[in-house]
Structure formats: C-alpha cells, structure tokens
Write a protein that binds this ligand. Structure first.
Ligand code: C2O
Length: 542
C-alpha cells in the first residue's frame, strides 16, 4: 500500500462562466478541484491550507474513516472549521473500499465550487469485476450561480430554495453549448471506435438530483458509491446529490459527435427549479463526419418518477466477501424526514414563509442545530457538558398519516442538538419516511462513517407488516447516500462497527441548512471511543 501526499490551498480564484468573471472559492485554483487517485489499502495525507476569507472544512464523502473520525470533516460535528490563514492535515486509510467517491467542502455552501473526485482502484493484482476499460475518467455534475454563493445561501435559507435556483448545470465545471458564452470550453471526452470508457459520474450539485444520458449510446451501470453492482444497461441514469455512478460506455456508434447531457429530476411541488440542460461532447477520433451538431439524448421529463423508480430497482449488489446484510435487527429505528414551518416570534428577513413563519426541516420533528463553540466529537471525547443531548427519538413522538393531509399542528419542529446512541456492533435498521409537511419531495439521505444496504423502498407510508416481508436481504445495493422517494420511504441496514460521531443528513444543502440532519454516537466502551486515534495536534480550535 502507498501513502499519497497532497496539498490543498483553498483560495478565491477568478473564473469565467456564462459571459462573466467572478471570484469563486477553489482548491489550488482549479475548478472542479484536483482528482485524487488511490488504491484500496492506501493512505491519503492532505494538508488543507485556508487562504480564503471563509472558514472551511473538507469531507471525504463515503470514506468510512475507521479509527480516524477526526478526518471526516463536517464542521462542528467532527472538527471546528479551519479558519482563514490556518491549516489542518487530514490523514486516513482506505479500508475495503473500491469505486468512485469524492471530496467536498462541508462548511456553509462552499461545496458549490469546492469539490473533486476521489477515485479508488482495486489493490494491485485485483481485477475489476468487469472487463478492464481502455479509459477511465470522472464526470462531475454540478451547479453554477452567477451570484456569490454565500449570498445565495442566505437568501435561499430565508425564503425557501426558490427563486435562488442555479443559473446553469455543469459537467466538469462547464455548462456546455446550450448556454451563453460557453461553447468554446465545453467539456469533451475523446474515444477511439470500439473502445470502452469507464465514466465515473459524480453528482456534486448542491440542491439538485440529476438525470444523465448520452446521445445514441447505451450505458452499462457497474458501480454505485464505493460498491459494485450486477451490471445492467440503461439509456439514462439518475444520480442524487452526493451519489456516484460508474458506467461503462462502449464507442460502438457511427464515428461522430454526441452530446452527454444532464438535467434536473425535480419532485417538490410548485417549487421553482433550474430547467436548463448542461452538455459535454463525446467525440470519436478520426470521425469521417464533418462534425455536424452533436446528437442530443432525450432526457426524461423533470418529474418522471416512474423512470427513476424503474432505474433504481435494477441496482443489486454483486456477490462479494464484503456483503454482510444483517438479517437480525437490534436497533429498529423509524425517522420521518421533511420540511416544516416554524412560527416567527419577531418578524424579520428570515420570516418569509406563509403566515409569519420561517422554513425549517427536521428528522422525527427535531430540527438539527450545530454547536458553535466546539465539535460534537470533541465535546464527547473531552467530556464537555452541555453541547449535545442523546435523546434523539428512535421513532416519531406521535404517529400520523405521514404522506397524507398533515395537520397544521405537526408543522412545528423543535430545535436541538440531539444524538442517538447506537450500541457498538449492533445490527441497525432505519426506515426513512418522507412526509407531506409543506410538500413531499425526494431526499438524498447520506450517512457519514458507514455504507449501508438498501433493503427496501416504496411509496406512501411504510407499513411494517406488509413491507418487511418484501425486503431484499440477498443482494441489496450498498451505498452511502440513498434517495428517499417523493412521498415514500426507504429502509436501510448496517452494522454499527465504526466508533465515532457520525452525521446523517439530506444532501440537498438547503435542507441540511434548515436542519434536516441528526447524528449518531457509536460508543465501543462505556462512555468511550476505544481504539480511535488521538485527536491530531493541529485539529483546528473553534
Ligand atoms: Cu457529502 Cu455530509 O456530506
């Protein structure tokens, strides 16, 4: 195994998109940021130097961080942010993980531009479970705003996501030919006729689930997050924010140029969204054709949930020694997720919801508040009282018709920094239930420190006696981020074998900022996290 050393300088960089230049926050002046490449078993050491004027942290999305929770990155959860002028070195080892992950800022909305690929190849001598591709490249899907991202964030949080939708989607940082002033820089992938390319598709967008397709070409899906799946072919994939999908593309069409395109899958009723299409170009070398306008794929309609359901249900794990689906359950948890409105005590800029309310989001009706003076992990480790409580409810305090007509009385979440204590080594099941409070919506839920098996999904209210019987305990997909379908539920299982404090949240950043989050505390000794590494000496102070 190797150790890879990197330096990330977080800095303001002038970048021109959609005819305008503005300063965005980048890593090393690159947008998207540098792609990190490693093999299973390798160690990464990344020194992050903050030369920007905002606090920042970096999260290694999907890396389990066994024994190294200090390197996970979410601000105020596992560390205090790195302040301007300061630095912090993240050090972690990849253990039994292969596939495509990514890294991003985990501090306010900075991840809009601070992100990059994290590619994990098998150990030397270990083959892929599919024919070796001729080429391998990341495709990062993102969003672009003309305005400064921190001011967009402020307004979105005060007023609801709309009208602060993005001005463009991007593929590898570029909007592509269908936007103004963008065609010269359109991202391109060159292929030789007959060769096969492994495309590592990463949804780095802040707030948008995305469809992706390539004109005339079929895609073979071989991996999701850091796991392989039984290969299947499709014309279109749907990737939620935080998720990655590996596809094989064979250049088996007449030599020419084809568009790769991405566009919104948007499920919130009546909410505005960016309805534009980003493109990149797939171009055959020695194309005899005189490069006519590339062929645009047909993408599903923005609200085509049937296509998404049909696509998602095809993802099944490959048999492997790492496949350990819990069949007995020790912790049976049920979390409602969704939006909410809170009465304002005093009118102000935040109070832009209907009838003098402001937006909030919650899990089991608790809207998550981050501490400010220390991180949760430090508070636990150093036994600092008063930072959090461990009374996060394992089930909703009251049962109701979650996806039906929800009464006004259920709209008011309470605020808190509540953790749920999981017994080390226990088999955990969580049913994540969307609610119709304000609006039903698809939520990409991400769990730090783990990947989990997606054993069931459905629409309406979860019904244990009816739905548990249909769970897939044989070859469920293994993921770190999963969509809870609009007006529906998702059941996940995992073994709580990683001690630490681990955030679970919606990967739509506006929902995260509204409080759609909670944290797990996994103790492996009475009041202790045994076997984890000591906090690094340069762990930032608050
Ligand atoms: Cu990719 Cu907590 O995030």
């Amino acid at each position: 195994a190797e150790t890879h050393y990197h330096q990330f300088v977080v800095q303001a960089t002038p970048v021109k998109r959609l005819c305008r230049t503005r300063n965005i926050i980048t890593v090393n002046g690159q947008f998207p940021g540098p792609a990190l490449e490693a093999r299973d078993g390798d160690t990464l050491v990344v020194k992050v130097i903050n030369s920007a004027r905002y606090n920042v942290t970096i999260h290694w999305h999907g890396i389990r961080q066994m024994r190294t929770p200090w390197a996970d990155g979410p601000e105020y959860v596992t560390q205090c942010p790195i302040q301007p002028g300061a630095s912090y070195t993240y050090r972690f080892t990849i253990e039994n993980q292969e596939g495509t992950l990514w890294w991003h800022a985990h501090s306010r909305w900075l991840r809009a531009t601070v992100y990059g690929a994290l590619i994990i190849r098998p150990k030397i001598g270990v083959p892929y479970p599919f024919p070796y591709p001729n080429k391998d490249m990341p495709l990062l899907l993102g969003e672009w705003w003309d305005r400064d991202i921190i001011s967009v964030q402020r307004q979105a949080i005060f007023t609801g996501a709309a009208p602060n939708v993005s001005d463009a989607y991007t593929i590898n940082g570029q909007p592509g030919d269908l936007y103004r002033c963008s065609s010269k820089e359109t991202a391109k992938v060159y292929v030789e006729s007959g060769e096969t390319v492994l495309l590592r598709i990463i949804n780095a967008a802040l707030n948008q689930e995305l469809f992706f397709s390539i004109g005339n070409h079929m895609l073979t899906v071989v991996g999701n997050d850091a796991a392989y799946n039984k290969p299947f072919t499709t014309r279109v994939v749907m990737v939620g924010p935080g998720q990655t999908t590996n596809v094989l593309l064979t250049a088996d069409q007449p030599a020419g140029r084809y568009y790769m395109a991405t566009r919104a899958y948007a499920t919130a009723q009546n909410a505005a969204f960016d309805n534009t299409t980003a493109t990149a170009i797939l171009e055959y070398y020695n194309s005899a054709m005189k490069h006519p306008r590339p062929l645009l794929p047909t993408l599903p309609r923005f609200n085509d949930t049937n296509t998404v359901t049909a696509y998602t249900s095809q993802i099944k794990s490959l048999p492997s020694k790492n496949l350990k689906v819990p069949t007995q359950i020790d912790e049976n948890l049920f979390f409602t997720i969704g939006l909410g409105l809170v009465n304002c005590t005093t009118p102000g800029p935040r109070c832009q919801g209907p009838n003098n309310t402001r937006f909030a989001a919650s899990m089991n009706n608790v809207s998550f508040i981050l501490p400010r003076k220390t991180s949760l992990l430090q508070a636990y480790y150093q036994n600092i009282q008063g930072v959090f409580t461990t009374d996060f409810p394992p089930v909703p305090r009251i049962a109701f018709d979650y996806t039906g007509n929800v009464s006004r009385g259920l709209w008011q979440p309470s605020f808190g920094t509540k953790l749920y204590k999981l017994k080390y080594g226990s088999n955990v099941q969580i049913v994540l239930q969307d609610t119709a409070i304000v609006s039903t919506e698809d939520h990409p839920m991400h769990l730090h420190g783990y990947h989990f098996y997606v054993v069931g999904q459905g629409f309406g209210n979860f019904n244990p006696s009816r739905d548990t019987a249909g769970f897939n305990l044989v070859d469920p997909p293994s993921r770190n981020t999963i969509n809870v379908p609009v007006g529906g539920w998702t059941a996940i299982r995992f073994i709580a074998d990683n001690p630490g404090v681990w955030l679970m949240h919606c990967h739509i950043d506006s929902h995260l900022r509204w409080g759609l989050a909670m944290s797990f505390l996994v103790e492996n000794g009475p009041g202790k996290l045994q076997s984890i590494e000591a906090p690094p000496p340069d762990l930032p102070p608050c």
